[in-house]
Ligand binder design. Structure first.
Ligand SMILES: C[S@@+](CC[C@H](N)C(=O)[O-])C[C@H]1O[C@@H](n2cnc3c(N)ncnc32)[C@H](O)[C@@H]1O
Length: 259
């Protein structure tokens, strides 16, 4: 997010909520001044009461989640309304749910016989994940990959997560902030209107193309993940978010499926 357009879609400045990685989230999880959404790095307006809407978009993309009695892995669940909706859904569908995040973040989530909590960062937590049982039918990595991209090795993260899929299983790397998509939006009439409504009523956004974007996911990263996964024997697709999601104009999802 540049100084030129700091709009979050609701007029909130996301920089006020910026986090750099796993350790920052761990500290936020333990900070009693923050709401459950803020602990997960979101302004309340993005997530308060929206867990069900986001989950519906995820369910439409991940058929195994809609079945019964499946093994589900949520890497980086955080503590917002989304993991609460995921937990309720998994209990209702009699899934077994494994969640991997910091101990501080996991402590904010309810305990249940269907839930196994594994404290640690993925893929360092891989041995414990593997020990929890055979492969997984649905793996959710939602609004997490951008932090792994910035501070870790997204390639081994994705390789190792996809390697946990059962045949027919799906991995959703969701809510990817794509800097190229954001620029396309801001350069459009809709983006200019959005900018004038939420950021600066007097000026159009300044959008710079042909720039290096250290630490940011862009089209190059999205398409490289698709190609890498396909070459590794998976089906892989990039999918839009439902328009009612708070950042659908600049975020998209990658779906990986083991044939
Ligand atoms: C922006 S929050 C997203 C939370 C949740 N998935 C959602 O969309 O509401 C990112 C979460 O990923 C966790 N996280 C970051 N890197 C991780 C990693 N390498 N392994 C597991 N969790 C990670 C953070 O601790 C945080 O809880």
């Amino acid at each position: 997010m540049t100084q030129r357009d700091r709009s979050s879609g609701t007029g909130i400045d996301p920089a006020a909520y910026s986090v750099a990685g796993f350790e920052d989230f761990r500290r936020r999880a333990a900070d009693p001044r923050l709401s459950p959404h803020e602990k997960s790095g979101f302004p309340d307006l993005y997530r308060e009461g929206r867990g069900g809407t986001i989950l519906n978009d995820i369910l439409a993309k991940m058929p195994p989640l809609c079945e019964r009695g499946r093994r589900v892995l949520d890497i980086g669940p955080g503590s917002s309304s989304l993991p609460m909706a995921v937990i309720e859904h998994c209990i209702r569908q009699q899934h077994s749910l494994v969640m991997v995040d910091s101990a501080e973040m996991l402590a904010l989530l309810p305990d249940h016989a269907a839930i196994t909590k594994i404290a640690g960062a993925f893929p360092a937590a891989l041995p414990a994940v593997q020990k929890s049982g055979a492969g997984f039918d649905a793996i959710l990595v939602y609004s997490v990959a951008q932090y792994v991209f910035a501070e870790g090795n997204l390639w081994s993260f994705v390789d190792l997560a996809a390697g946990l899929l059962n045949p027919g299983g799906t991995l959703l790397i969701g809510d990817l902030p794509n800097a190229s998509m954001r620029k396309r939006f801001l350069a459009s009439a809709a983006g200019r209107e959005h900018h004038r409504r939420h950021v600066d009523p007097n000026n159009d956004p300044v959008v710079d193309f042909n720039l290096a974007e250290p630490g940011q996911i862009n089209d190059a990263v999205v398409f490289a993940i698709l190609q890498r996964m396909r070459l590794a024997g998976f089906d892989a697709f990039v999918l839009p978010q439902a328009p009612e999601l708070p950042q659908a104009s600049r975020r998209e999802d990658i779906l990986i499926r083991r044939p």
